[in-house]
Design a protein around this ligand. Structure first.
Ligand code: FES
Length: 276
């Protein structure tokens, strides 16, 4: 079921600017966790006013505005969350479903809270609001688990900069690289993607920053007039010239290595400029 929903969302969104926006590609950071702060913040504020505000007319109006703003923001956060959900692995999906279910329950509590308040049942409205806050807090915990424990939103290429040995290293002979075909070589523990075009070689970290897919198994494509590699797992597209993200779901660039070809040897080193 969770897989069917994921595939359905993926199919509906398709690739393109809307999905890139929902993933957070223009921000260079996942959008969903940033948007999720808005309903949590407004609902927490509503809870504080409900508990400490004195229950007068002004406080009640403020609470309704806060709850309504949170509901609007929750819609935007859900859209971004669905885009992220559409690319999750199987084990992550289960937590994703629980997270989405808890969020839906929180939204239901707050909608009911607003409705009964409009009906004049403020006390019940306050109870429903506080119940919604407890559920939203639990859901935030699940979201944190998904992001940090199960690494669904972290940069999977970040450790490359710590694992690569400093200085220049020979990784291949130029004449053993087939032109236009991605190849993989190990430098220490780090797999690298090499693409030769004529006498020029581009080298990126091979494990995709999104969820560590093997880029050397992906396709070389021309996007916006520049040569890119497209990840075989979820289609993130990285420019070979600088490792920048052309299309998500990845939001972090791919570490790029400096390349020198001397006496037929391809040598690489990591430089600060190579970390997007
Ligand atoms: S692992 Fe998801 S796009 Fe590469």
């Amino acid at each position: 079921m969770a897989t069917k929903v994921r595939d359905r969302v993926r199919h509906t969104l398709g690739p393109g600017a809307a999905r890139d926006l929902l993933n957070g590609v223009p921000l260079g950071h996942p959008l969903h966790p940033a948007l999720a702060q808005l309903p949590l913040g407004t609902w927490l504020s509503a809870g504080i006013v409900d508990l400490l505000g004195g229950h007068d007319e002004r406080s009640e109006r403020a609470v309704r505005v806060l709850i309504g703003s949170g509901l609007l923001a929750a819609g935007a956060a859900a859209a971004a969350g669905l885009a992220d959900y559409s690319e999750l692995h199987q084990r992550q999906l289960r937590v994703g479903v629980a997270h989405a279910g808890a969020n839906s329950l929180a939204v239901g509590c707050y909608l009911a809270s607003l409705l009964v308040r409009w009906g004049g049942h403020d006390r019940l409205g306050r109870r429903l609001g506080l119940a919604g806050l407890a559920v939203a807090g639990t859901s935030a915990y699940l979201g944190g688990h998904l992001a940090y424990r199960q690494a669904s939103g972290v940069n999977h290429a970040e450790e490359v900069t710590h694992l690569l040995p400093p200085g220049w290293h020979r990784v291949a002979r130029l004449d053993e690289l087939a032109a236009g075909r991605p190849e993989v070589r190990l430098l220490g523990e780090v797999p690298l993607l090499l693409l030769r075009q004529g006498d020029h070689v581009d080298v990126l970290a091979d494990r995709c920053s999104h969820l560590a897919g093997p880029l050397h198994e992906g396709r070389i494509v021309i996007d916006g007039g520049v040569t890119c590699v497209r990840c075989p797992w979820h289609g993130s597209t990285f420019r070979l010239a600088d490792g920048a993200v052309a299309h998500g779901p990845a939001t972090a660039g791919q570490p790029r290595l400096e390349v020198a070809v001397a006496h037929g040897d391809v040598e690489v080193r990591l430089s600060d400029a190579g970390i997007s």
